[in-house]
Design a protein around this ligand. Structure first.
Ligand SMILES: Cc1cc2nc3c(=O)[nH]c(=O)nc-3n(C[C@H](O)[C@H](O)[C@H](O)COP(=O)(O)O)c2cc1C
Length: 85
């Protein structure tokens, strides 16, 4: 289905992230890994013609680290969605 199927990949990644939280793990999706797709393919020993969309850090969060106490703002839902009764 072409470009719209990128949304399927996003949903897959999000589901993995939600399942990780259920298991007490934290995640951080990182598209910047795509810049180093050749190096990553070489390190992992996979076909370099495969597309690297993003990495996903997975592990136990360090709650003592100040950076992990950062909370970013969220737009209110009415800024991007319209709800009809
Ligand atoms: C698919 C995806 C890829 C991302 N890639 C990067 C990235 O390469 N570098 C980066 O700084 N943030 C990236 N982000 C954003 C961070 O993962 C994270 O959402 C951001 O640090 C804000 O954290 P917060 O959502 O908990 O506020 C990405 C987010 C998503 C959903």
């Amino acid at each position: 289905m072409g470009p719209p199927q990128w949304s399927d990949l996003g949903m897959l990644i999000q589901n993995i992230m939600l399942l990780a939280r259920e298991q007490g793990l934290e995640t951080c999706p990182q598209e910047s890994w795509a810049i180093w797709h050749k190096e990553v393919a070489e390190f992992l020993g996979v076909d370099p013609s495969l597309m690297l969309f993003c990495g996903l850090a997975l592990g136990y969060g360090d709650t003592a680290a100040p950076i992990n106490r950062l909370r970013t703002d969220r737009a209110a839902s009415d800024a991007f969605a319209v709800f009809h009764d």
